[in-house]
Design a protein. Structure first.
Length: 594
């Protein structure tokens, strides 16, 4: 029987794998130190709000149904109006799009559908003119199989590019098992007949893994990163970077890593930190840039090694524990029908706050291009609650002590499209998982139902600009269906409404930007066991703020023992804020305490 590789279970297992973090000295060497605020370790990337754009779905300028760079350029004033500081663009490099740009065939060119290098240069200029910074995706665990390096590598065993990838000659027999994310058979080894050998691909067959052991590969990657920094970009978000280091003798995985545990093994190559230090030395240290790892498989025990300043590796990472909450173990991305437990949610986010309380710096996100829409997954997208719960989640994200990564469209309260049929999906993950379940005679209907909540395409539907045809995203035929609720949920409508999700987001961003207490203030969880309300304080320089969030459709009480009669309401998602700790459904409140 084919075992479903459940990365959700994997992330849940992270929790079991944790040991407590080391304590130590505070950060030194801070460029913004000793300013009038008296806050140590100030950095622009700690104070930034990052806005993520999925270029394929943001704005199509030429009517071919696919978003592009000119489209993004035409919307820079909108992005600026949000108050955000940094734009993270998903990959825009040349790609045959087996995995929507995460399969790169030329790292120094722009994807044809997205435009040209001139378009890129003027987009970057437009961002910088508006004081917006640009973070690019760095996808270097693997390339596309159509990259010139791989074309060469597969020609012969003696080709100079052979060792750019991981090969296993077939006369040695089958290599020991490695799991693949997007492969119909979960097999990360693909047999390639020209040289009678298998190559390694942790993701799709068209995403062969690069061999970081080879110093030439590292040189090529560092040169390429320098090329983009010389163009003026401000940082990189590093795709699955923790899995670049492999034991290239490819031993069989220890029994303790079998099944769902297999992915932990991918984080155990041993040289990750050496490679990142080399990258820091060769590239990152030369620029005032930001770097953030997609922290796949990183635990509270290993996080510090990647992000503490004295390590000279990266600035930040994002963990997967939060987004794994509420899924059933052993099933592919399937929600527990009872939903998730707020207690667990609080526990995970409080724990990750404490990890970085004294050293390093965290990130926070509730959605991205790999996750469903924030409001569907963590709030409530029923018509009565969509706006309120979406504002409540925005309040949470922007009031935690970590750099917030906010996914474009969430500021409108966009929600999951929930396709009924596999034919509507475009994502290789959904399509290949469907094939896998069909092959093994599994329950396809159950899978499709689960995908309505968890599929990645839910967050990739076209951006909703206005109520014109195709939500103003394209004049052509969109590459992925537009959510039919675009007639109500769109930028144009929300601009007109002072109470819209959009305007709430702007207010909340402004509150964070104007009050460093929301960035740096010490976080303390209150009323831990409360199953309905999430309460915490933030404290800085003798000031104290209180955040109260009702995660339910009922009125609920925060039991915090704080007299709120003299507290000042700094933001509320209802017109008439509560003053007695009793919160209306999905109410979100931030108070300044006297
Ligand atoms: O994601 C890596 C990763 O962890 C995903 O496989 C994730 O677990 C999955 O999407 C959840 O369903 C990164 C990129 O963010 C993703 O878009 C790419 O497909 C993947 O790497 C391969 O490059
Ligand atoms: Ca286009």
């Amino acid at each position: 029987m084919i075992k479903i590789l459940s990365r959700v279970t994997f992330t849940v297992l992270v929790i079991l794998f944790i040991s407590s973090c080391k304590s130590g000295k505070n950060n030194q060497n801070n460029s913004m130190d000793n300013d009038s605020t008296g806050i140590a370790g100030r950095k622009w990337w700690k104070e930034a709000v990052v806005y993520q754009i999925y270029p394929r779905s943001f704005k199509d300028a030429n009517g071919d149904g696919v978003g592009d760079l000119k489209g993004i350029a035409s919307k820079l004033d909108y992005i600026k109006s949000l108050g955000v500081d940094v734009i993270w663009l998903n990959p825009i490099y040349a790609s045959p799009n087996d995995d929507n740009g995460y399969d790169i065939s030329d790292y120094r060119n722009i994807m044809k559908e997205f435009g040209t290098m001139d378009d890129f240069d003027s987009l970057l200029k437009g961002m910088h003119e508006r004081g917006l910074k640009l973070v690019m995706d760095l996808v270097v665990n693997h390339s596309s199989s159509e990259h010139e390096w791989f074309r060469q590598s597969r020609i012969s065993r003696t080709n100079p590019y052979r060792d750019y990838y991981h090969w296993w000659n077939a006369e040695r027999g089958k290599p020991s098992a490695r799991y693949s994310f997007f492969d119909v058979h979960n097999d990360a080894w693909k047999y390639d007949s020209p040289t009678n050998a298998y190559y390694l691909h942790y993701f799709s067959q068209k995403q062969p893994d690069l061999n970081w052991e080879n110093p030439k590969v590292r040189r090529e990657i560092f040169d390429m990163m320098n090329y983009w920094f010389r163009k003026g970009i401000d940082g990189f978000r590093m795709d699955v970077i923790p899995i670049i280091s492999k034991d290239t003798s490819f031993p069989s995985m220890p029994a303790s890593f079998h099944g769902d545990w297999g992915l932990f093994y991918y984080n155990n190559g041993g040289k990750l930190n050496d490679y990142l230090q080399e990258m820091n030395h060769e590239v990152l240290s030369k620029y005032d840039c930001m770097s953030v790892a997609e922290g796949m498989g990183v635990t509270t025990a290993t996080a510090h090694d990647l992000v503490d300043e004295d390590r000279h590796e990266l600035n930040m990472l994002y963990h997967f524990e939060g987004v794994g909450i509420g899924y059933l173990p052993g099933k592919f991305k399937t929600m527990d029908p009872k939903g998730y437990k707020l207690a667990e949610f609080k526990e995970v986010y409080s724990k990750w706050d404490s990890v970085f309380e004294n050293r390093g710096w965290g990130t926070i996100y509730l959605g991205n291009h790999d996750q469903p829409r924030m409001v569907t997954r963590w709030g409530n997208d029923a018509p009565d609650w969509r706006e309120l719960s979406s504002k409540m989640l925005t309040t949470f994200l922007l009031s935690m002590r970590a750099t917030p990564y906010y996914f474009g469209g969430d500021e409108l309260g966009m929600n999951n499209i929930k396709f009924d049929r596999i034919e509507d999906y475009r994502d290789i993950e959904s399509i290949n998982m469907y094939r896998q379940i069909r092959e093994r005679g599994g329950d396809l209907q159950e899978f499709l139902n689960a995908q309505k909540i968890s599929a990645r395409d839910n967050s990739r539907t076209p951006f909703q600009w206005d109520s014109s045809v195709n939500s103003g995203f394209t004049t052509g035929s969109p590459w992925l269906k537009v959510n039919p609720n675009y007639k109500q949920v769109n930028v144009a409508a929300e601009e007109m409404d002072s109470n819209s999700c959009l305007n709430y987001f702007r207010k909340m961003v402004k509150l964070r930007k104007e009050n460093l207490i929301l960035v740096y203030g010490r976080y303390r969880l209150l009323d831990k066991e409360n199953p309905d309300v999430y309460s915490y304080t933030r404290e800085l320089n003798g000031k104290k703020w209180l955040v109260l969030l009702n995660f339910t459709t009922k009125t609920a009480s925060a039991n915090i023992g704080i007299d709120l009669t003299k507290a000042i309401v700094r933001i509320d998602n209802y017109p008439n804020p509560s003053t007695d700790g009793r919160l209306k459904p999905y109410e979100a409140l931030i108070y300044e305490l006297p």
